[in-house]
Design a protein around this ligand. Sequence first.
Ligand code: FES
Ligand SMILES: [Fe+2]
Length: 365
Amino acid sequence: MDDTRPDPTAHTAPDYRLGVGGVMVREAWYYALPSHDLARGKTVHRTLLGEPMLIGRDANNNVFAMRDTCPHRGTLLSKGTFDGCEVACPYHGWRFTTDGQCTAIPSQAADQRPQARDVRTETFPIAEHQGNVWVFMGTKGATLPPVPSVPAVGDKFQMHVSMIFDCNIDLAVIGLMDPAHGAFVHRSSLWRTADSIHEKHKAFSPLADSEGLGWRMDRHKASRNSRAYKLFLGGTPETEISYHLPSVRIEHARTPKYNYCGLTACTPITTDRTEVHHVMYWDVPSATLLKPIVRAITKRFLDQDRRAVMMMVEGLAFNPPTMLVQDADTQTRWYYRLKREALAAQAERRPPRNPITPVILTWRS
Ligand code: FES
Ligand SMILES: [Fe+2]
């Protein structure tokens, strides 16, 4: 079935009840933390996709990620010490280099097994790019896809804000991408008012295969009710938004003079907890003075999304019938459709096929 244009009469139960709901897609880069949260010679614990992760930065400024449970008895290695070269477990002092090799088992006599050389702990591909640290969650030795990247607006972000949503990754992603909630959830005299709702037509196209599974809202003049955008960049900006499975949204707005890029990435902590990261880049000099205000507005905005999603989670606990409408919910359909395709391609060991074709979607918001 081609659901590029959904059947307007279909009151289809969304896929959170059809088998892929909450499933965490692997073989992908996930946002772990902003670079500035990882000082040289330090380690931190994160849980990514239900897996305990020690993320560190060594004395030479290289980042690394290893399973944060000691191969001996499971103690969190991040509770131990790190001297910039080796991680030491706090329980019996086993030591590991940043590539996972054990270098010391203090309790063992020379003729006993195992010796340090027999033991390794799992490490994960990690990348530091544009001020962000990403971890690849997937098969060992897999070909790594490109690290998510924003169009260059300098290589350092201006601001990072994150928030935990107590829901699975799907509800966080579709809650954030939903195009029809702005006037109700983010109502504000500066941003949106309910009576500013008007009909919009936006052209969409699939991402190129080299960009991964996803779609793009083609470059267009920013909508007349996004007043804050215009104040920020001056003039009427042109915007392009792309969505990359599993959970990265990149927005690029530009006027002839200035640029703004926003990167939003959802990382599942567990099946029912998701961390939402929002990273902003801009080259508007005066906006730097406004940073405290921009931070406060961004947090408020994200928290409005979080509360909206949590109200939906409360309702969904009753397992009600639900529906997806034409065309405002098309991106939600696409998200589930691409996720199903990614999972099928992985199971069948073949490259994924992007089912989306260019289309103009219409909705009122
Ligand atoms: S649990 Fe880590 S050394 Fe024993
Ligand atoms: Fe929102």
